[in-house]
Design a binder for this molecule. Structure first.
Ligand code: ATP
Ligand code: MG
Length: 268
């Protein structure tokens, strides 16, 4: 069985003071190999918790996850993670960062060099391969992070706000790169974002999560990721359906935020 099956996942954090937080409740999701899912939802609705469980960094209190038919019990190279920032090895060059996974696997030097070269081409950093990480801009660092993740040949790429720390223009370019990588590599991708536009642009499938307890509130199948591959993302945003869906989701999240803040007038 291929793809990622998330089956009735629940996560409760027991706190030292005796109380507990139900971060996720009965979250089920079936992702086919090669699908691109974006995840939206107000702060605290369990997005990172969900990703951490899929990554194998956290064990759920209930439910299970299987990738290609194999139960997930901990971290593994078939699931790669790209964080918001700061997860590169600062003391290594770009080339060494990207080659880290292959080195750990004991891959012969020549083969590793070939893979690293290819990936640096893919993310457009060929001219920077001997630079240190601190010499790069934020956008370049995220491109290194993507290349480093791809070098491990994961089946699934998990991204938690990968573009959240970038300026608007760099972010837009990176969104195009994520779409290109998705199409060219056929990887399954789960991408968490706080930006509704980004979720619409990059989510072939999109889930909106709700808090307390964290759960899937609404799911969409969208044409925009496919439309955006090798096209100007600004044109995609001009599509009337894009604007309509954006407004619908913005109001949905706005209502949830209001409820969290206890400001909904008809709250009982
Ligand atoms: N290790 C932990 N111990 C206790 N509670 C936790 C822990 N990790 C997360 N939580 C709680 O679980 C809930 C979900 O947290 P999570 O970080 O998954 O939310 P999120 O949707 O990623 O939020 P944000 O958008 O702010 O990143 C929150 O109420 C949070 O306080
Ligand atoms: Mg989070």
């Amino acid at each position: 069985m291929s793809g990622l099956q998330i089956d009735k996942l629940s996560m409760r954090f027991d706190l030292p003071n005796g109380s507990s937080v139900q971060a996720l409740k009965d979250v089920s999701l079936d992702l086919k190999a090669g699908e691109l899912l974006s995840v939206l939802g107000p702060s605290g609705c369990g997005k990172t918790t969900l990703l951490n469980i899929v990554a194998g960094f956290l064990a759920p209190t209930d439910g299970k996850i299987a990738l290609n038919g194999n139960t997930v019990n901990g971290p593994g190279p078939e699931r790669g993670m790209v964080f918001q920032q700061g997860a590169l090895f600062e003391w290594m060059s770009v080339r060494e960062n990207v080659g880290f996974g292959p080195s750990m696997k004991g891959m012969p030097k020549a083969e590793k060099a070939e893979i690293v070269d290819h990936l640096l081409d893919v993310v457009g950093l060929q001219d920077f391969k001997d630079k240190a990480v601190y010499e790069l801009s934020g956008g370049m660092q995220q491109r290194v992070a993507l290349a480093r993740c791809l070098a491990n040949e994961p089946d699934v790429i998990l991204m938690d706000e990968p573009l959240g720390a970038l300026d608007a223009l760099t972010r837009e370019k990176m969104q195009g790169l994520v779409l290109k990588l998705w199409k060219e590599t056929g990887k399954t991708i789960i991408l968490i974002t706080h930006s509704v536009e980004e979720a619409l642009l990059l989510g072939e499938r999109l889930i909106v999560m709700a808090p307390r307890p964290g759960r899937i509130h609404r799911e969409y199948n969208l044409p925009f990721a496919e439309m955006g591959v090798n096209h100007d993302l600004r044109d995609v945003k001009k599509d009337p359906k894009f604007g309509e869906t954006r407004e619908e989701i913005l109001s949905m999240i706005w209502d949830m935020e209001e409820e969290i803040m206890g400001r909904t007038e008809d709250a009982q």
